[in-house]
Structure formats: C-alpha cells, structure tokens
Design a protein around this ligand. Structure first.
Ligand SMILES: [Zn+2]
Ligand SMILES: [Zn+2]
Length: 282
C-alpha cells in the first residue's frame, strides 16, 4: 500500500525550491504513477508567494509541454496541471482557472481584510498573526480560529474545488499564538466548517508538508477532523505539499498506516488512466 502520487506540488514559479523538471525527476525516482502540480494561483497581492500573471502563464505552458511529452513517450508519471487557489482569487480569474487547469485545490491562507496594508496569512508571519488577533479579534485566538474556519468552510461549499487544502492550517502556530486546539469551542468551529465543506467537495487532502518543514508531528488535518470526515463518507488523498523535491513522499508510509488505523478503507490518488482519481486500497 505504497502511495505513489502527490497532488500538491510547488515549483520555483511560486515559493517552491525545486523546478518542474526536478519535481518530475523526484517522482520518477520514487516510481510515482501520477503527479499533480499546484502552484499558488495569481491572486493580485503578496507577490513573493503567489505567481504573477506572467509566471502563471509560463508555468501553465511549461507543464502542458511536459505533460504532452511524457504522454507521447508513454512514460510515468501521468502529469496533472493544477493550481492551489486561495479564496481571495478574483472571481473572473477563478472561472478562467477552472477552464484552463486539470484540477484545483481550494485553500484559505489569508483573512479578507488587510491589517494596515499587510495581508495576514494564518501560515505567514506569527508576529503579524498575533497583531491581527490583538487588533481585529480583541486578543481572542479562538475568535480568530472560528473566523478562519467560517471562511474556509464557506469557500469550499460555494467554490467546489476538486481537493480541500490543509483544512486546519490555522493550527500551524497554535503554541506561539496561544490557541488551544483541544478547546470545545475550537473543535466545534472546525467541525461545523468541515460539514459545510463536505457539501462542496468529496476529497480532503491529508497533508504532510507541516511535518516535512518541522512545524508538527501530525499531518493536516488533526485526527478528530479525520474521524468526522470518515463518518461523513468523505474521500481522502495523501499529499506532501512539496516545496522541495527531496521531500516528495515525506512521511507517506506512516500516514498511510495512520489512515488505515483510523478506519479509512482507501486513499484516492490522481488517476493513471483517463479518470481524475484512482483508489488505493488500505
Ligand atoms: Zn497552502
Ligand atoms: Zn501548498
């Protein structure tokens, strides 16, 4: 039950360390059957992080060339040209992305109101997030988390991406911002948002990127959310949110075993045939 795929891959076109070619080579070394690229979609701000319009066009063109070349050679992996799309991407651009790309990961990183001109991302600067909690949420980290979950759940419900991105990203700096992720209020907000998200999407990613980068020992989302998702008959896919080709399958073996122990019967991977998804039985 090796998981030979990854649908969440970044490159030097956004904030990744590895090129498209390096990521493909890593997938080939690992024997992957499929590989999906998910650069941060152009969103109109925070340019150090997302692609510029020119970069996104070049990213798309290069990936379509690589995709065609691998298909023509009958070589693995089957490539998918996708995007990780934030809730704040303008609507017209969202419609264009849906038409131009093979799949979309729906992720929420930012709050919709900048703080003195700075966009606050829950996975960005912990200092800025603390300031946001003080100034926009009266010092209440739970209120910030509840607002985050409301945004993310509603975004997925309405936008209907193919994959739900790192559902509980808001816990990334829990220790530093004084957020108790065992508090009943925290869990209630997260579970309410997950139920909403379930109405817009079948596939939740189990994302090991936070382990690879040393922020946590458990993937996103936390076990209580995975329990709830399983009970809602949702599907899961395993991803490494890969920014560095050396970490393409980081913690995949342990996470597959964890999902099996948690009662999941299968994990979806990007298809090696004509369908978007194949199932790997646990
Ligand atoms: Zn992300
Ligand atoms: Zn990502």
């Amino acid at each position: 039950m090796k998981f030979l795929s990854n649908a969440h891959t970044h490159t030097t076109y956004c904030d990744g360390k590895s090129t498209i070619r390096e990521q493909i080579a890593a997938a080939q070394r690992l024997g992957f059957v499929s590989l999906g690229f998910s650069g941060h979609a152009m969103q109109g701000f925070d340019w150090a992080y997302c692609m510029s319009p020119e970069a996104q066009a070049a990213y798309h063109a290069e990936l379509r060339r690589e995709q065609a070349a691998l298909a023509a050679a009958g070589a693995a992996p089957v490539l998918y040209v996708g995007l990780e799309q934030d809730a704040l991407v303008p609507d017209a651009q969202k419609a264009k992305n849906r038409a131009d790309y093979d799949y979309l990961i729906g992720s929420t990183h930012y709050f919709p109101e900048p703080l003195d001109g700075a966009w606050v991302a829950v996975d960005g600067s912990p200092e800025l997030l603390l300031r946001c909690i003080r100034e926009q949420f009266h010092g209440d980290a739970q209120a910030m988390a509840a607002a985050y979950y409301a945004l993310h759940g509603t975004y997925i419900q309405i936008d209907k991406p193919h994959i739900i991105g790192h559902f509980d990203l808001v816990r990334k700096y829990a220790g530093q911002i004084g957020l108790d992720t065992n508090a009943p209020a925290y869990r209630r907000a997260a579970l309410d948002a997950l139920a909403k998200a379930r109405q817009g999407c079948d596939v939740l990613e189990v994302n090991t990127g936070n382990i690879a980068r040393g922020y946590d020992t458990q993937p996103y989302p936390a076990p209580f959310l995975l329990d709830a998702w399983r009970d809602m008959h949702g599907e899961v896919t395993l991803t490494s949110d890969c920014h560095d080709a050396a970490q393409m399958d980081y913690a995949f073996a342990e996470t597959m075993a964890m999902l099996k122990a948690q009662g999941f019967k299968r994990v979806l991977r990007l298809g090696s045939g004509s369908a978007l998804w194949d199932a790997v039985t646990l």
